[in-house]
Design a protein around this ligand. Sequence first.
Ligand code: F6P
Length: 496
Amino acid sequence: MSDWSTIEALPSPKLVDLFAADPDRLATFSLDVAGIHFDWSKTHLTADAMAAFAALAAAQDLTGKRDAMFGGAVVNVTENRPVEHTAERGEGKAESVAIARQFHARMRTLIDAIEGGALGEVRHVLHVGIGGSALGPHLLIDALGREDKRYDVAIVSNVDGTALEDVFDRFDPAATLLVIASKTFTTTETMLNAESVLGWMTEHGVEDPYGRVIALTASPDKAVEWGVDETRVLPFSEGVGGRYSLWSSIGFPAAIGLGWGAFEELLEGAAEMDRHFRLSPLHQNAPAIAAFADLYYTQVRHAETRAPFAYDERLRLLPSYLQQLEMESNGKSVRVDGQPVGRPTAAITWGGVGTDAQHAVFQLLHQGTHLVPVEFIAVIEQYDTLNEDHHRQLLLNAFAQGAALMKGKSVDDPARSYSGDRPSSTLLLDQLDPRTLGALIAFYEHRVFVNGVLLGINSFDQFGVELGKEMAKEAAKGGGDFDPSTTDLIRRAGLD
Ligand code: F6P
């Protein structure tokens, strides 16, 4: 029997029966790493499932591939590159770590200069970037930047001008720093947004708008060609993928907005998770166990989606950050060798914020026909300063939802019955600080990696985003060989 057929043949015992049969279940399927408590006991993972996934991991040489990634081998084979985001936090090939340190030092020097007034008055930081060049910094600023605001930071990604205009309404052009974040420095939306910010500065009498521009990029030559002074270009390595880049200079808004100390703590938290992933046996390895559960649900139970819910307002952007990380990394149909994968790959990641989501989408989770593995992310330490009832209710709601999904309820009226046996996992953070957030994000990165290795796919390319971009470019030039429907839409919008 192949390893996948062993997995596909795994039984589907009821969660409540698993607890009843094993008094140690909670201890077996929970773990504490880097200030995060992981609880997978309310998933259908069993000792047999763990053994089957460990066998598959051995067959796919997970540990060898993990070591190859940390060792700087060319694991992104379709783009012929190593994968170097862990080097940004000091874990990786010595040369890559040394280069990352130099780039970080350069970023720190520039931040110190800005703080010392080298670029004149700076109260506002306007970061333009998209995808991985926006979602990570945005998550960091939104999660950690609520107090002691050094700068008012805005992250604009959408090419829809309304997004920029909202910021123009509240920023002072003379006190704004324009930060252009683009790994390639060619992304149409970002370049157009950057030009419009320069235009806005010029219109408002800023004498040297280019003097207030910083570039975060793996293509420094392109940034200089575009007009950014070389001293204000903050490079990072080509081997750092866009959706893995918040640890590099792409994290500039966090480093300046939260302070250098906070940025370093973020990197250290991630490094702690790197070491855990690299050194722990698979049955005590958080990213591996989480990926085994992901694969159990996609391959055995045919779940098409998974839903993380942040029970903490500060983590409200986490689900959208994870959407890119998981779907752009593992939303593939071919294996590394170019052959069809022949089985489902990434689940569709969606999710939201608790408790709001309970009053909107949880109906389907409790009684709908789809099986959706749910993930609760909550923080023990209360952040708000209101009556402690707020935080008590927030956490108790998260825990009660997980319990209800599993337990269900059977009454005479089918409309009021709950099937139960619906899986959830819980990630409970002691507190939300830079270190713990760094560890949390690194956990998700490695979980994506394990999923990719077990499926035999390359998690580090993203060719699927190219075709639509190319066709939009053709249309913008007035060309393109479009179908009648698209041609009609272009004409109706007056864009032909
Ligand atoms: O379109 C997808 C993508 O290439 C992402 O992978 C990336 O994060 C984003 O675009 C932005 O790219 P860049 O940083 O090169 O502007």
